[in-house]
Structure formats: C-alpha cells, structure tokens
Design a protein around this ligand. Structure first.
Ligand SMILES: O=C(O)C1=C[C@@H](OP(=O)(O)O)[C@@H](O)[C@H](O)C1
Ligand SMILES: C=C(OP(=O)(O)O)C(=O)O
Length: 408
C-alpha cells in the first residue's frame, strides 16, 4: 500500500493514546513465560509483540518471528533452556542477514546446543533445549545490546545464575538498564558494575503481580517531529507517559528543546508544545549510541527545518530492519538534501528546499515510513509500503489522520 500525504496542517490541540513500549512488552512477555505469576497491562499492539506472544505459546517446531529483532534474540536464549524441545527459530529474509553469532557463541560457551541451518552466524537456528549449568560468560558489547538483554532475561532461571562480562564499548546501554530494572520490578536481584553484570538464581517464588507497561517513547518521536515542523503554539498530548521512564528514547524531551519543542509532564501524559522558531544557524550535534531508534526521526526533522545536523554513534543502524544509514541518505537526497555518511555517522547540510511529490521508499523499515511522514507539513509527499508501520505502531496512519493529516 502506497499512500499520498497532501500538504497538511495539524490541529492546534489534539490528543493521542499510544500503546505500551515494544521493548518493555517483549521483555515482560518473556519473563511472564518463565514466571506465569506476572500479569501485564498496556502490552504493545505492535506486530513484534504479537509475534513474541504467539512464539511463546506456540507448540510448533518451526517458530517464525518475521522482522522482530528483539523476539529473535530473546527467544534464542529462551528456547535454549526449554528442556525436551527442539525449535527451529527463523525470520524474514532481512532477519537472515542480521547477525546473531555474538549471542549464539555466548550461549554455546555456557553449554547451549544451537546450530546454524543456513549461513554461519545468522538465523535460522536449530535450538535443542537443555539445562545450562555454567554461569560465567564474556561477550562483545558493541554490536547489539539485545544479545546481552537476551542472556539477562533467562539468567535468573539458570541453576547457578549468571555473570556476564562485557567487552568493548557498550552500545544501547539504556536497553540493558531497562532489562535489569524490569527484573528488579518482578523481584530478581542483579548488579551492574563496570563491565560485569551478575544476576542471582531465583530461589524464592516470584510474587503474583500486575505490571503496567509505559507507552512507547520511540513512537512519540514522530509527534515531536510533527510539533517541531508546525506553527508556534501547536500542541499534541500523548498518553500514558511518566517522567522517570525506563526507555532511553525519553531523551527526546531534551533533544527536541533544540527544535523549539517543550514537553510538559501531566498526570499520566505528556504535552508537546511548539514554543519557539529555531534559528537556521543552529546545528544539531548528537551522539545517539544510547538512542539509535530516533536517529531517522531527528535527521528528517532537521531537514524539514533546514538545519544542519551531525549525528554520531550510529554503528548499530547498519544491522537494523535495513541499513538505515544508506536508506536515510538515499531518501533525503531524493528530497533535495545534501547528506554524507560513514559507518557510524550522518552529516546533513543546511538546506532551503524540499522537493515536492517525492515517493519515499521504506525498505521494510517501519521507522523510514514514520520518520518521513511529518514532512507532509511542508509539502506533498508519498510513502511507499506504508503498512510497514505495523511492526511497532499499527495505528500510526489513523493517529496522523486524527490530528489533521490529509492522507489519500
Ligand atoms: O532491547 C531492545 O528492546 C532494543 C534495543 C536496541 O537495539 P540494539 O541494542 O541492537 O541497538 C533498539 O534499537 C531496538 O529497537 C530495541
Ligand atoms: C531496531 C528495531 O527493532 P528490532 O531490532 O527489534 O527489530 C526498531 O524497532 O527500530
């Protein structure tokens, strides 16, 4: 489905409710499978969380998690400890290009039985579940934090607990902290000191409890972009959010101040307000190694406002749903931007024009579609394969219509 966004103006005041964080949901769903006493409120309605739920109840030998990176990584660890069961864990053709050797090697070092079915180092995997007794492992921490979270999520179920030593510069750190904080919320003790994380084996029963997932901050990024590209005074209210988030992408509050957007925390929601025009001489200079998922949104906002932008710490973008650095450069340039990229950075020059009626390709990447949509506040734009948004935010186009976007 390709869609046409006609040049739009959003309502001066509007409200949106977004469902739970996909990252928190996928962690809690796995913990719930290990500790069924846990109940979860406000689970994400994303495809990735639906796939995670289906995989966890599936009795089939082949489990297909399509494009869901967290599901692939977390379930590799989960199925490794499901005794008396062999699982073929597979995914989309892109998933078969997303590396998993760092996690598989760590699990095998601990004693797990995992084989590659097609290419060495990549899904699909044949996992024969067994008891893991070893409790010390070292792995590279600069490729994806999801490998580390995967190990931590099963750690408390291992007979002897787990001590994980991290090598290299740790990437996407807030996601590791999110895992540890959720473990702590359910009653599992851990310790993260220097480059070593320890999780104790869980000997006491996990208490019955209901956990409420905070709504998804990565999804809010598109509304920050929309407000940044709107007139002074435009407001969007979003629920359900809190000031002390477990999600690293809540750094949006700070980042979008540079784009003239203020955030007010209310009882159970946030109100984004365009409060000032940003001077064209401002240059956005950020290291996003702790918040990689908002790199596309920020680059497109900067382009929409004609600002220069230099983003660093983007090495993980090359192995996500697509090579997001190449995709961003290609699509921004179609619209008239001047962009240069390296393996871990993106540089955008100031610009004055946005070409009209350009068709933006989305490369099976939900964030490409959602990051470029706000440009409809400046010009007519087409988004190809617009239904890719369902990976994390199935209601995205409905919510955009609701706040005033003119979608054909
Ligand atoms: O643990 C998680 O929930 C995630 C970790 C990040 O991945 P990397 O650690 O691979 O950067 C992030 O990009 C992804 O969307 C979700
Ligand atoms: C990278 C992402 O997801 P995953 O790695 O879980 O596929 C994302 O949602 O931007």
């Amino acid at each position: 489905m390709n869609i046409q966004l006609l040049k739009s103006k959003v309502k001066q005041r509007s409200s949106i409710a977004i469902t739970g964080s996909k990252s928190e949901s996928n962690r809690l769903l796995l913990l719930q499978a290990l500790y069924p006493n846990i109940k979860i409120n406000n689970v994400s309605n994303s495809d990735d969380s639906q796939l995670m739920q289906n995989a966890l109840v599936s009795k089939e030998k082949i489990v297909d998690i399509h494009h869901a990176g967290t599901a692939m990584r977390f379930l590799t660890a989960y199925f490794s400890i499901q005794k008396n069961r062999q699982t073929i864990l597979t995914g989309s053709s892109r998933m078969k290009e997303r590396p998993i050797a760092v996690l598989v090697n760590a699990l095998k070092d601990l004693g797990a039985d995992i084989e590659y079915i097609e290419n060495e180092g990549y899904p699909p995997l044949k996992i024969t579940g067994k008891e893991i007794l070893k409790n010390k492992v070292t792995l590279k921490a600069d490729v994806s934090s999801q490998y580390i979270s995967a190990l931590l999520l099963i750690a408390s179920c291992l007979k002897n607990g787990l001590e994980v030593t991290l090598k290299g510069k740790i990437t996407s750190v807030p996601y590791i902290n999110m895992t540890l904080q959720l473990l702590s919320q359910i009653g599992v003790a851990s310790n993260f000191y220097g480059n070593v994380i320890t999780v104790n084996p869980q000997t006491d029963k996990i208490k019955s409890q209901i956990l409420t997932v905070e709504s998804d901050w990565s999804s809010v990024s598109y509304f920050y972009s929309i407000v940044a590209l709107s007139e002074i005074g435009t407001e969007v209210k979003l629920s359900s959010y809190k000031e002390n988030s477990l999600q690293g992408d809540s750094v949006l509050v700070k980042i979008y101040k540079s784009f003239g957007v203020d955030t007010v925390f209310e009882k159970n929601s946030i109100r984004l307000k365009k409060s000032k025009i940003v001077d064209r001489s401002v240059s956005i200079d950020l290291d996003l190694s702790n918040a990689p998922d908002i790199a596309q949104t920020i680059s497109v906002t900067a382009f929409g406002l004609g600002l220069a932008c230099h983003l660093k710490g983007l090495h993980t973008l090359k192995i996500k749903e697509t090579d997001r650095l190449v995709a961003l450069k290609t699509e921004l340039e179609k619209l008239g931007a001047e962009v240069s990229i390296t393996n871990n950075s993106l540089m955008l020059k100031t610009s004055g024009i946005i070409k009209e009626n350009i068709s933006v390709a989305t490369y099976n990447d939900h964030r490409m579609a959602m990051a470029f949509a706000p440009l409809a506040l400046k010009t007519n734009i087409n988004i190809e394969d617009a239904n890719v948004v369902s990976k994390s935010y199935p209601d995205f186009w409905k919510d955009l219509k609701h706040i005033g976007f003119n979608i054909k």
